[in-house]
Every structure is written in structure tokens, then in C-alpha cells.
Design a protein around this ligand. Structure first.
Ligand code: AMP
Length: 429
């Protein structure tokens, strides 16, 4: 199947070509024709499957004709980052259609959004809380809405947004088409879907399984040696860019600081930053000026950076769902990726659950020449007293017991001190 099959208008096909898409992904092949027929759809797909274009393309096709300057499509997103990214996809795919989109989320000036809305956008990608603020103030009208998309519904539920979503739905009185996307189907989301979708078609793509383009490996290590191991892996492994996940905000900051002090170009993303700082961090990572991003699970969904070659779980994720979302940041469409997970003796149960999910035992790797026996310091200090320079020494190959995908070893490029764009991402309103 190719994109011509969908009979999209040439102005939209121009966007498809500009983004270099040649073959529709499985979710696109199934969802686009259904949406173009006007059906309500439940899309069970994780991020990384191309689900955004699966709803954006038919929306552009539908809105291409008809009135301009009023909100005709609304995408509700759980996070600011996802709302921004969705608008970017709309702007790229729809650049020749003349359709306008705007993102709406908290933490930034309400007035600027209001004047943006007043100028007239046809598509709005919004986080629930701020959208409700606009609805209550009367600065947005959904009276002309034709298509509603609820994106990452399970995450919306996790973040406690379902009541807000229900309030928004109560403001939409006219008949419209509804699309709901979710990686998993918790009961509350299933209930919501039953209530609000009309005779929906369910499309499921690789639900709850990580993308096949990602390979997985475990690195057993003691807690106090994790940062050293991380540095060694960064030094010895060929990587385009790396997303490192920690369990807490504090750890994300601490690990980023430790890497920075050791001379790596690194930025961090966690829940306490201003919108400006989080955008700066994401932008630096996205445009490749910073190759390492240390983040909490806030970056586990929606972060769309095609060049992420490696995800390193500095801390084991809470559960298999979290694992899938984290590693979904690499191995994006048609690209390969590696997921390394540092595990301690406390993680035994989680490893069993993960291996059950993946239907295969995971490879345990050890790094040749790494001092696994080094004792823990008497009291862990917040930062190393002597910033250590990591040079080109010790570039011995990583031992990968039968796995050769890291056969050549080049460290993360452009390592130089001084680029922590500070932390980031709070709950979007
Ligand atoms: P998503 O799951 O919507 O976050 O998309 C994941 C990534 O896949 C994004 O970088 C998209 O630009 C890319 N993508 C989406 N559809 C296609 C396609 N048909 N061919 C190649 N890349 C695609």
C-alpha cells in the first residue's frame, strides 16, 4: 500500500512527501480510510507507530473544504509536549493547505493564546485544563467542531485528566466524529470510549508490545556504580543520541549534573521547570546540539526525536507499561534502537514481568574492564568533588555475549562541558 491509495488532495500529499513518508505505517493504513469514511475509531497504538499522521491526514482532508477561521477539529493531549508536537505535524503535513493550527496549554500566557485563537485556527491541540479555562472564559468556541481526537487516553487517565475531558465533552453539543487513541485500555478509558464514541471501529497495532526495531539488554550493577557504568557505556558505544531515564526528578538532576561535570553535553527534563526552560531543553536535544537527555518518565511518551539511537534506563521502570513507553522513544518508524536497562538485585520481580511480556529471556551484559566490585563510598556526596575528565582512554569493546549490534564503538559525539539546559516538564493543565 502507498499513500496514493488514500486519494488525499495534492496539497496534503505535498506535506506527506516533504516529510519523506513513502509507505503508510500499519495504523495509518487501517485508520485513515475509516476516518475518511466518517467513522468513529478507537486506535490502540503506542507512540512511535505513526498514529499522529493517522488522524492528522484525514482531518486535513476533511477540513480542506468548508469554512475557515473557526475551530473545526480539536485534539486533546495529556502533555504540553505532545500538544506542541501534534501542531508541528499538522503544520508540516498541512503546510500547503492554508489550514491553521494552534496549541493550547497551561504555564504560558493566556492572553497570547487568546489572541492566537482570535486570529482564527481551524485545528486546536490542547491540554484539558487550559482548554477548560478558555471555554469558561468564552475565548474559544467549539460550536463548529467536526472532529474530536482524544490522544493518549490512558495517559490522560493516569494523570487524572478524565474528569476535565468529560467537562470538555459536555461543552460539545453538536454531532461530531470522535477518534480515541490509547496504548492500553484501562477500564475507565474503556468506559469513556463506550459512552462517547458512536459505533466505533477498533484498530489495534502491536498493543502492549515494544517495537520490533528495538533490542533489549540488561546491565546488572550495584546502585552506587550506575553513574560510572553510564559514563563508560557512553564512552564506548556508538550512539546518535541517548535518552537516559531515572526514577525521580532529583536523580535526573543529579545524574545530569554528574555527566556535565565529567564533560558531557547533557540536558535534563523533569517535572519542575518553567515552560521556557523545558522547551529549551527539548529543543537542544531535538536539534542535536545536546546528545544526551536525562529525564524522568515525563519524557516517556510523545517525545518524538527520530535520532534517538539508545534509551538507557538508569533506573528500572515501575512496570512493563512504563518500559514500553520509555523504549518507544527509540526504534521509531524504520529505525533501529537499543534499550539498555541497569538492574540491581531489587529489580528481580520486574525483570521476570518484563521477560514474560517480551516472551524471551533478556540478555545480561557486563562491560569488559569495568570495576563491578568497587565498594560504595562511605557516604554518597551530591556531586563528585573532583570533576573527572573522561578522555579517549579505555575504549575497549563492549562485551555483548553473542550480540554484535554494537560492534563498532564510537562515543557520543561532541562531548564538551557547559551545556546543561536545565530541567523540565510539569504536568500540563
Ligand atoms: P507518532 O507515532 O505519531 O509519534 O510518529 C512517530 C514517528 O514516525 C514520527 O517521527 C513521524 O514523523 C514518523 N512517521 C509517521 N508516519 C510515517 C510514515 N508513513 N513513514 C515514515 N515515518 C513516519
Amino acid at each position: 500500500m502507498n499513500f496514493e491509495t488514500f486519494n488525499l488532495h495534492p496539497s496534503i500529499m505535498a506535506g506527506v512527501r516533504a516529510l519523506g513518508y513513502s509507505v503508510p505505517t500499519p495504523i495509518q493504513s487501517q485508520v485513515i480510510p475509516l476516518v475518511m469514511q466518517g467513522r468513529d475509531v478507537i486506535g490502540l497504538a503506542q507512540t512511535g507507530t505513526g498514529k499522529t499522521a493517522a488522524f492528522v491526514l484525514p482531518i486535513l482532508e476533511r477540513l480542506r473544504m468548508g469554512p475557515r477561521g473557526r475551530v473545526r477539529a480539536l485534539i486533546i493531549s495529556p502533555t504540553r509536549e505532545l500538544a506542541e508536537q501534534t501542531c508541528e505535524v499538522i503544520n508540516s503535513l498541512g503546510s500547503k493547505t492554508g489550514l491553521q493550527s494552534i496549541s493550547v496549554y497551561g504555564g504560558v500566557s493566556m492572553e497570547r493564546q487568546t489572541s492566537g485563537l482570535r486570529r482564527g485556527a481551524e485545528i486546536v491541540a490542547a491540554c484539558p485544563g487550559r482548554l477548560l479555562d478558555h471555554l469558561w472564559k468564552g475565548t474559544i468556541s467549539l460550536a463548529n467542531l467536526e472532529v474530536l481526537v482524544i490522544d493518549e487516553a490512558d495517559r490522560m487517565f493516569d494523570m487524572g485528566f478524565l474528569p476535565d475531558v468529560r467537562s470538555i465533552l459536555s461543552c460539545i453539543l453538536q454531532k461530531h466524529q470522535t477518534l480515541l487513541f490509547s496504548a492500553t485500555m484501562p477500564d475507565d478509558v474503556r468506559r469513556l470510549a463506550r459512552e462517547i464514541l458512536h459505533d466505533p471501529v477498533t484498530v489495534q497495532v502491536d498493543l502492549q508490545l515494544p517495537a520490533k526495531t528495538v533490542s533489549h539488554a540488561l546491565y546488572p550493577v550495584q546502585q552506587h556504580l550506575k553513574t560510572n557504568l553510564l559514563k563508560q557505556i557512553l564512552d564506548r558505544t556508538q550512539m546518535e543520541s541517548v535518552l537516559v531515564f531515572t526514577r525521580t526528578k532529583h536523580r535526573a538532576e543529579r545524574v545530569a549534573e554528574q555527566l556535565l561535570r565529567a564533560g558531557y553535553q547533557v540536558t535534563s527534563l523533569q517535572g519542575d521547570l518553567s515552560q521556557g526552560r523545558r522547551q529549551a531543553a527539548l529543543e537542544a536535544f531535538r536539534n542535536g546540539s545536546v546528545k544526551i537527555l536525562v529525564a524522568t518518565d515525563i519524557a516517556a511518551r510523545g517525545l518524538d526525536v527520530l535520532s534517538i539511537s539508545h534509551v538507557i534506563n538508569y533506573d528500572m521502570p515501575e512496570d512493563t507499561d512504563a518500559y514500553i513507553h520509555r523504549i518507544g522513544r527509540t526504534g521509531r518508524v524504520n529505525k533501529n534502537g537499543d534499550a539498555f536497562t541497569f538492574v540491581t538485585s531489587d529489580d528481580a520481580d520486574k525483570i521476570v514481568a518484563l521477560e514474560q511480556l517480551l516472551h524471551t529471556p533478556l540478555e545480561r551484559l557486563t562491560l569488559q574492564g569495568f570495576d563491578y566490585a568497587r565498594p560504595a563510598p562511605a557516604r554518597e556526596s551530591r556531586l563528585p568533588r573532583q570533576p573527572r575528565q573522561y578522555g579517549t582512554e579505555n575504549k575497549r569493546p563492549v562485551k555483548r555475549s553473542g550480540n554484535t549490534h554494537l560492534a563498532s564503538h564510537r562515543n557520543v559525539q561532541g562531548r564538551r562541558p557547559g551545556t546543561v539546559t536545565a530541567p523540565a516538564v510539569s504536568r500540563a493543565r
